[in-house]
Design a protein around this ligand. Structure first.
Ligand code: ZN
Length: 167
Protein backbone atom coordinates (compact mmCIF):
# COMPACT_ATOMS: atom_id res chain seq x y z
CA UNK A 1 0.00 0.00 0.00
CA UNK A 2 0.99 3.57 -0.51
CA UNK A 3 -0.55 6.91 0.22
CA UNK A 4 -1.57 9.03 -2.75
CA UNK A 5 -1.60 12.75 -3.21
CA UNK A 6 -5.01 14.32 -2.54
CA UNK A 7 -5.96 16.85 -5.19
CA UNK A 8 -6.98 20.28 -3.92
CA UNK A 9 -9.62 22.63 -5.22
CA UNK A 10 -7.51 24.19 -8.00
CA UNK A 11 -7.25 20.89 -9.88
CA UNK A 12 -9.68 20.56 -12.83
CA UNK A 13 -9.91 16.76 -12.33
CA UNK A 14 -12.04 17.35 -9.23
CA UNK A 15 -14.80 18.84 -11.37
CA UNK A 16 -14.97 16.05 -13.96
CA UNK A 17 -17.41 13.16 -14.08
CA UNK A 18 -15.97 9.75 -13.24
CA UNK A 19 -16.52 6.66 -15.40
CA UNK A 20 -17.98 3.39 -14.11
CA UNK A 21 -15.60 0.69 -12.88
CA UNK A 22 -15.79 -2.29 -15.21
CA UNK A 23 -12.79 -4.36 -14.20
CA UNK A 24 -12.67 -5.69 -10.64
CA UNK A 25 -9.02 -6.57 -10.91
CA UNK A 26 -5.75 -6.18 -9.06
CA UNK A 27 -5.45 -2.60 -10.23
CA UNK A 28 -8.76 -1.67 -8.61
CA UNK A 29 -7.74 -3.44 -5.40
CA UNK A 30 -4.47 -1.52 -5.37
CA UNK A 31 -6.36 1.74 -5.81
CA UNK A 32 -8.76 0.90 -2.96
CA UNK A 33 -5.91 -0.15 -0.66
CA UNK A 34 -4.00 3.03 -1.41
CA UNK A 35 -7.14 5.11 -0.88
CA UNK A 36 -7.69 3.40 2.49
CA UNK A 37 -4.18 4.24 3.60
CA UNK A 38 -4.51 7.81 2.32
CA UNK A 39 -7.83 8.23 4.12
CA UNK A 40 -6.51 6.83 7.37
CA UNK A 41 -3.54 9.15 7.26
CA UNK A 42 -5.69 12.19 6.47
CA UNK A 43 -8.02 11.75 9.42
CA UNK A 44 -11.07 12.20 7.19
CA UNK A 45 -14.20 10.04 7.05
CA UNK A 46 -14.51 9.60 3.29
CA UNK A 47 -12.53 9.71 0.07
CA UNK A 48 -13.50 9.45 -3.60
CA UNK A 49 -11.21 8.14 -6.38
CA UNK A 50 -11.23 11.45 -8.30
CA UNK A 51 -9.68 13.08 -5.22
CA UNK A 52 -6.57 10.99 -5.84
CA UNK A 53 -6.72 11.76 -9.56
CA UNK A 54 -8.50 8.60 -10.75
CA UNK A 55 -11.76 9.32 -12.60
CA UNK A 56 -13.46 6.06 -11.68
CA UNK A 57 -16.65 5.54 -9.67
CA UNK A 58 -15.16 4.26 -6.42
CA UNK A 59 -15.42 5.76 -2.93
CA UNK A 60 -14.55 4.90 0.65
CA UNK A 61 -16.62 5.86 3.66
CA UNK A 62 -15.77 5.18 7.29
CA UNK A 63 -18.85 4.02 9.20
CA UNK A 64 -18.41 5.75 12.54
CA UNK A 65 -21.82 4.76 13.99
CA UNK A 66 -20.64 1.51 15.50
CA UNK A 67 -21.50 0.06 18.92
CA UNK A 68 -19.07 0.98 21.66
CA UNK A 69 -16.04 -1.28 21.71
CA UNK A 70 -16.32 -2.15 18.03
CA UNK A 71 -13.93 -0.84 15.42
CA UNK A 72 -15.06 1.71 12.86
CA UNK A 73 -15.80 0.01 9.58
CA UNK A 74 -14.41 0.96 6.20
CA UNK A 75 -17.04 0.70 3.46
CA UNK A 76 -15.90 0.37 -0.16
CA UNK A 77 -18.51 1.49 -2.66
CA UNK A 78 -17.92 0.77 -6.34
CA UNK A 79 -20.36 2.24 -8.88
CA UNK A 80 -22.59 3.50 -6.03
CA UNK A 81 -26.11 4.82 -6.59
CA UNK A 82 -28.37 6.36 -3.96
CA UNK A 83 -31.57 4.30 -4.06
CA UNK A 84 -33.45 6.02 -1.25
CA UNK A 85 -33.05 8.97 1.05
CA UNK A 86 -35.19 10.32 3.87
CA UNK A 87 -35.20 12.98 6.54
CA UNK A 88 -32.97 16.01 6.69
CA UNK A 89 -29.88 17.20 8.54
CA UNK A 90 -28.31 20.64 8.38
CA UNK A 91 -24.74 21.04 9.52
CA UNK A 92 -21.12 21.83 8.86
CA UNK A 93 -19.33 19.87 6.19
CA UNK A 94 -15.75 19.84 4.99
CA UNK A 95 -13.64 18.04 2.40
CA UNK A 96 -10.06 16.77 2.25
CA UNK A 97 -9.67 18.65 -1.04
CA UNK A 98 -10.65 21.95 0.65
CA UNK A 99 -8.42 22.07 3.73
CA UNK A 100 -9.68 24.36 6.49
CA UNK A 101 -12.92 25.24 4.67
CA UNK A 102 -16.27 24.32 6.14
CA UNK A 103 -19.77 25.21 5.08
CA UNK A 104 -23.36 24.52 6.07
CA UNK A 105 -24.92 21.86 3.87
CA UNK A 106 -28.34 20.23 4.17
CA UNK A 107 -28.35 16.48 3.48
CA UNK A 108 -30.78 13.59 4.04
CA UNK A 109 -30.66 12.01 7.52
CA UNK A 110 -30.78 8.48 6.16
CA UNK A 111 -29.47 7.23 2.82
CA UNK A 112 -29.49 3.79 1.25
CA UNK A 113 -26.87 3.09 -1.40
CA UNK A 114 -26.67 0.26 -3.86
CA UNK A 115 -23.09 -0.52 -4.94
CA UNK A 116 -20.65 -3.26 -5.85
CA UNK A 117 -17.82 -4.52 -3.68
CA UNK A 118 -14.22 -4.89 -4.88
CA UNK A 119 -15.09 -8.25 -6.45
CA UNK A 120 -18.10 -6.93 -8.37
CA UNK A 121 -20.80 -8.33 -6.09
CA UNK A 122 -23.79 -6.06 -5.50
CA UNK A 123 -25.02 -5.04 -2.07
CA UNK A 124 -27.01 -2.31 -0.39
CA UNK A 125 -26.01 -0.39 2.70
CA UNK A 126 -27.90 2.18 4.78
CA UNK A 127 -26.23 5.00 6.66
CA UNK A 128 -27.61 7.59 9.05
CA UNK A 129 -26.28 10.89 10.35
CA UNK A 130 -22.63 11.48 9.49
CA UNK A 131 -22.48 8.31 7.39
CA UNK A 132 -25.48 9.42 5.28
CA UNK A 133 -23.85 12.83 4.84
CA UNK A 134 -20.64 11.15 3.81
CA UNK A 135 -22.35 8.84 1.27
CA UNK A 136 -23.89 11.90 -0.41
CA UNK A 137 -20.68 13.93 -0.31
CA UNK A 138 -18.48 11.18 -1.77
CA UNK A 139 -20.98 10.14 -4.46
CA UNK A 140 -21.24 13.82 -5.48
CA UNK A 141 -17.47 13.75 -6.12
CA UNK A 142 -18.05 11.07 -8.78
CA UNK A 143 -20.15 13.58 -10.71
CA UNK A 144 -17.60 16.36 -10.25
CA UNK A 145 -19.78 18.08 -7.63
CA UNK A 146 -17.97 19.59 -4.65
CA UNK A 147 -19.63 20.57 -1.38
CA UNK A 148 -18.86 24.28 -1.70
CA UNK A 149 -21.41 24.51 -4.55
CA UNK A 150 -24.10 23.12 -2.18
CA UNK A 151 -23.33 25.26 0.86
CA UNK A 152 -25.88 27.78 2.02
CA UNK A 153 -22.86 29.62 3.45
CA UNK A 154 -19.26 28.99 4.48
CA UNK A 155 -18.27 29.18 8.12
CA UNK A 156 -16.33 32.27 9.12
CA UNK A 157 -12.88 32.19 10.65
CA UNK A 158 -14.44 33.16 13.97
CA UNK A 159 -16.88 30.26 13.88
CA UNK A 160 -14.07 27.89 12.97
CA UNK A 161 -12.05 29.08 15.92
CA UNK A 162 -15.04 28.50 18.20
CA UNK A 163 -15.01 24.93 17.02
CA UNK A 164 -18.36 24.95 15.25
CA UNK A 165 -16.80 22.92 12.46
CA UNK A 166 -16.85 19.99 14.86
CA UNK A 167 -20.66 19.71 14.61
ZN1 ZN B 1 -14.83 15.74 -0.46
Amino acid sequence: MATRYILTKEEPTLYKKSRPVKKFDERLHQLLDDMAETLQESGGVGLAAPQVGVLRRAVLVIETNVPEGEEEKLIELINPEIVSASGEQRGAEGCLSFPDEYGIVTRPMEVTVRAQDRFGDSFTVTGTGLTARCFCHEIDHLDGVVFTTLCERMLTQEELEKGQAEE
